[in-house]
Design a protein around this ligand. Sequence first.
Ligand SMILES: Nc1ncnc2c1ncn2[C@H]1C[C@H](O)[C@@H](COP(=O)(O)OP(=O)(O)OP(=O)(O)O)O1
Ligand SMILES: [Mg+2]
Length: 153
Amino acid sequence: MENGVQQTPATTTPPSPPIPKVGVAVFLLKGSKVLLGKRLSAVGHSTFALPGGHLEFGESFEECATREVKEETGLIIDKTEYLTVTNNVISEKVHTVCVFIRAVPADVNQKPETLEPEKCAGWDWYEWNNLPKPLFGPLEDMVRSGFSPFPTT
Ligand SMILES: Nc1ncnc2c1ncn2[C@H]1C[C@H](O)[C@@H](COP(=O)(O)OP(=O)(O)OP(=O)(O)O)O1
Ligand SMILES: [Mg+2]
């Protein structure tokens, strides 16, 4: 004790170990095209990726897909369907289990808007057979493995 002031001992919480997060990414399909945007976030900066983001507590995958696409592009999606899941150890600090959803725009004439300009440089439709480069790592891996998001008819 100094100058009559009682010092309260600092309570220290040990740092919690990093845990994987859940991401949801959306293959938004228009004919033979998919919607992609150039990422400006630190993870995968300057690569082309699908709209999507982290699953919030209590959300279904479809709710997360609908919310993230609306937040990032303004588009309303329809016919959401689960496709697959991938395990992505992206860096020492980023480990995301990513759930892939397929959907179509509710209105094919609605234009995507860049609603989060700090995260994405802009959205556009790209032919599946002529995708831009470089793709976001986990998406690149899927394409290289022969994955197709289109329904088999
Ligand atoms: N195309 C993709 N392929 C694989 N994983 C993806 C893809 N898109 C996103 N992810 C995974 C990895 C990302 O770290 C994680 C969250 O997506 P991301 O776009 O970075 O979040 P966000 O910033 O839009 O949303 P939030 O605000 O919820 O964090 O999901
Ligand atoms: Mg995102």
